[in-house]
Design a protein around this ligand. Structure first.
Ligand SMILES: Nc1nc2c(ncn2[C@@H]2O[C@H](COP(=O)(O)OP(=O)(O)OP(=O)(O)O)[C@@H](O)[C@H]2O)c(=O)[nH]1
Length: 393
């Protein structure tokens, strides 16, 4: 799993979401992500820690009383405006960056208080449903442009006797994150002429749409839910996308207050408790956030990340250990790591995800909960605690 990208029109609240979601990070140097800069950081998916099944909580710095936070890269890309695929705004630079993302958090201003360019208008006068299609449309048109520009090459290759359209198109789209399965699935989903020379612009546009939908699934973050008319949220929910109402500003306020020991709050909690000194104005602000949380089950920031990781991308969390009795690594740390794997992953997949050497030297695996060996084809499950035995460890 590579990363999640925040996308949306200017002023929808992406920076606020990003700041809130990456705030708790302290130890950035320990992550395998190459570039960490102002717009690229670490957030966390939240799941149950396996230590909940033991007598004591594990004490990992990423476990808060059984709530486990699993690192995921998040990046925020500067303002996308309509026409970006033609180079408007920051245009292609934005779209290029999106190629890195496994899934997109499409941040929408659900209050309807800003227009397509992000300029303030009277709350409720702009239809946020417009914003739901817009990010997809920009990505689709941009990818269609890439396909168009490369089509002559595809036609040339089609004259070769061992021409394989899946392979040629995958080569072309691999930079966008497309696999052979994505390309083959896209080709089968629609009815295309066998000979690339007979393809029209519409065929290429349809292929771009299909590949994009498979490689960049999208969750709608209906932000500014604190001031959004209920009707807007209903209209957003009526689209065919997963929609998570959110208040990024509320989450940022809670995380800031939590850092200052003013409130007891863990990201993703449905509520919080005021535990420190706060001014009357602060208390009033916090109570307003509480009302929004009560209506939506939380601030929505953690829920949006979890929806992207666990629902859209269908990942499971697996906890590798070296000692299957104590659930520790070599240094005695309990449940030190959590790895996100695609559903259906097997012990060798986990071994490779830990390190290529561990994967190459794979011997067998032990399920630490049952203390039994599991086969190479065994499908791992959410929350599994697994010891990998490898010639490399
Ligand atoms: N009411 C309300 N306002 C919010 C919320 N989240 C963000 N805002 C406000 O919306 C405005 C825009 O937020 P930003 O986070 O800067 O928006 P952005 O999408 O990053 O904008 P660009 O950097 O221009 O792309 C700011 O004034 C925020 O305070 C929210 O949950 N509720």
């Amino acid at each position: 799993m590579r990363s999640l990208a925040l996308a949306g029109k200017p002023n929808a609240g992406k920076s606020t979401f990003y700041q809130a979601a990456t705030r708790a990070e302290v130890d950035v140097g320990n992550y395998p992500f190459t570039t960490i800069d102002a717009n690229r950081g670490v957030t966390h998916a939240r799941t149950d820690c396996p230590c909940l099944d033991r007598d004591e909580r594990c004490g990992s710095e990423r476990c808060r009383d059984g709530k486990r936070y699993v690192p995921v890269e998040l990046f925020d890309v500067a303002g996308l405006v309509p026409g970006a695929h033609e180079g408007k705004g920051l245009g292609n630079q934005f779209l290029d960056e999106l190629t890195d993302a496994d899934a997109i958090l499409n941040v929408v201003d659900a209050s309807g208080g800003t227009n397509a360019e992000g300029e303030p208008v009277e709350v409720g006068t702009y239809d946020p449903v417009e914003e739901v299609d817009f990010v997809e449309r920009e990505m689709d048109q941009w990818l269609a442009g890439i396909v168009d520009r490369n089509w002559e090459g595809v036609e040339r290759k089609s004259r070769s006797p061992d021409f394989d359209i899946d392979e040629v198109l995958t080569d072309m789209l691999t930079g966008f994150g497309a696999t052979v399965a994505d390309v083959a699935g896209s080709l089968r989903a629609l009815d295309y002429p066998e000979d690339p020379i007979q393809w029209t612009d519409e065929h290429r546009a349809a292929l771009a749409r299909e590949v994009r939908a498979r490689t960049k699934p999208l969750v709608v973050v209906a932000n500014k839910a604190d001031v959004a008319p209920a009707e807007n949220l209903e209209r957003l929910r009526a689209t065919d996308k997963p929609v998570i109402p959110a208040t990024a500003e509320g989450e940022l306020a809670l995380r800031t207050a939590s850092d200052a020991d003013a409130v007891d709050y863990d990201p993703g909690d449905p509520d919080f408790e005021v535990v420190g000194d706060v001014s009357d104005a602060q208390r009033e602000g916090l109570e307003r956030i509480r009302e929004v949380m009560a209506e939506h089950g939380g601030t929505g920031v953690q829920a949006a990340i979890d929806a992207a990781v666990y629902d859209l991308l269908d990942r499971i969390t697996v906890f590798p250990v070296q000692n299957e009795t104590r659930w520790t690594d070599g240094a005695g740390n309990v449940l030190p790591d959590a790895v996100l794997l695609p559903r259906g992953a097997t012990p060798p997949d986990l071994a490779y995800a830990i390190h290529t050497d561990i994967g190459e030297g794979y011997l067998h695996a032990v399920d630490a909960r049952s203390d039994r060996r599991i086969g190479e084809d065994h499908e791992l499950s959410e929350g599994d605690v697994i010891k990998i035995v490898s010639t490399a460890n």
